[in-house]
Design a binder for this molecule. Structure first.
Ligand code: KIV
Ligand code: ZN
Length: 390
């Protein structure tokens, strides 16, 4: 029997926050740079999508970035606008000057980062983290604190850092899987470990990278284990192999785990298209939720099932996520697909026409030809005109 909160248990009443970092971690995709106006267009779309927080950028990196986050903070009213800052007063000062109400401050907690990048001891890291949180809180900001490379940190040290920043007033704690080395059961373990060892009133978040292709699975496992917030990017854009795809995590959290979110799922496709266009990164056809093939069907057996009841071969209705179903013809097709297409064109699917269209489609398919909607219309015309002129 399904347990509370497990896959397939709808309506458990738990709420999951989404922090979208398309405009910060996503923009760190190698080779991508957005103009401030484009960042604003994406931010407004994310607000429409209903994400709880929009990480608008890293204001210390450039004047354009500072202008962009300031503009986004002014224009976006329905989602929290948050910006990234290292655990340094100068970075947090830049966030304050940008007029945001929330800051996401971070410092690395793993031995390898502390030794080779920060050149700081554990105590120095804790001191910097606490100072950053206190400084931001003293300026009235909501504070999210990320332990960078948390998943390669000593768990006891991670807990010590987290406890120190919660005591300093941090509102949210984020476990960053910076180089994507977690797997679902390990992530679930770490979420529970942090939750049971860090006292206080805080929201627990995860931030997963996709280096081993598990960012979405790790995020979902974290939520199931008790995380209340997930970071993600639209289409999974981001450094190296990218971040957890927000649309995939949100869909799994809602439609599989049955938890509540603020996401307006029907806007997902629009958000995906916009990010793909402005980032110049096409969405792979087989990508979950938003890929063109995610709700396309060709094989005869599948199409037959879909026509009788779409849930035979679709986990959710495409309309729920702003997509549409496509019946594609090719050499795997059967007569049901051709009948369906003829009917949708207002043509009565007589047996002769169906057989002739299908034979031609299979013939072309065996020659390696991919049949577009237009090709199919031409084939149907040929078959019907051939008949009527005969
Ligand atoms: O991947 C990472 O560690 C980050 C931090 C800034 C949270 O993006
Ligand atoms: Zn990241």
């Amino acid at each position: 029997m399904a347990q509370e909160g497990s896959v397939g248990t709808p309506g458990t009443g738990r709420y999951v926050r989404f922090l979208d970092t398309t405009l910060r971690d996503g923009e760190q995709t190698p080779g991508v740079a957005l103009k401030p106006e484009d960042k604003l267009v994406i931010a407004l779309k994310l607000q429409e999508l209903g994400v709880d927080s929009i990480e608008a950028g890293f204001p210390i990196v450039s004047d354009g970035e500072f202008r962009a986050v300031k503009m986004i903070a002014r224009e976006v009213t329905d989602s929290e606008v948050i910006v990234l800052a290292r655990a340094r007063r100068e970075d947090i000062g830049r966030a304050i000057d940008a007029d945001v109400k929330a800051v996401h401050t971070f410092i690395a907690t793993s031995e390898i980062h502390m030794k080779y990048k920060l050149r700081m001891s554990g105590d120095e890291v804790i001191e910097a983290a606490v100072d950053a949180v206190e400084y931001a809180k003293a300026h009235g900001l909501t504070v999210e604190f990320s332990a960078e490379d948390a998943t390669r940190s000593r768990p006891e040290f991670l807990v010590k850092v987290f406890q120190s920043v919660v005591d300093a007033g941090a509102d949210r704690l984020d476990i960053a899987d910076t180089v994507g080395v977690m797997w679902p059961s390990k992530m679930a373990w770490l979420v529970r470990y942090v939750r049971s060892n860090v006292r206080g009133n805080y929201i627990l978040s995860v931030h997963c990278h996709d280096d081993f292709g598990m960012a979405v699975a790790n995020s979902v496992a974290a939520v199931e284990a008790g995380a209340e917030q997930v970071h993600g990017t639209i289409n999974g854009v981001g450094e190296r192999a990218g971040n957890a795809a927000l649309e995939e995590v949100a869909a799994a959290v809602k439609f599989l785990l049955g938890f509540e979110t603020r996401i307006r799922f029907e806007k997902i496709k629009e958000a995906s298209d916009l990010v793909s266009k402005l980032f110049g990164i096409p969405v792979p056809p087989n990508k979950a939720i938003v890929g063109i093939n995610a709700f396309s069907h060709e094989s005869g057996i599948h199409v037959h099932g879909i026509i009788n009841n779409p849930l035979t071969y679709e986990p959710i209705s495409p309309e729920l996520v702003g997509m549409r179903r496509r019946i594609v013809v090719g050499k795997h097709s059967g007569k049901h697909a051709v009948e369906h297409i003829l009917r949708s064109m207002g043509i009565e699917p007589t047996r002769d026409v169906v057989d002739a269209v299908l034979a031609r489609v299979k013939e072309l398919g065996d020659m390696g030809v991919r049949i577009t909607e237009n090709d199919l219309r031409l084939i149907i015309n040929e078959v019907i005109n051939g008949k009527s002129s005969a």
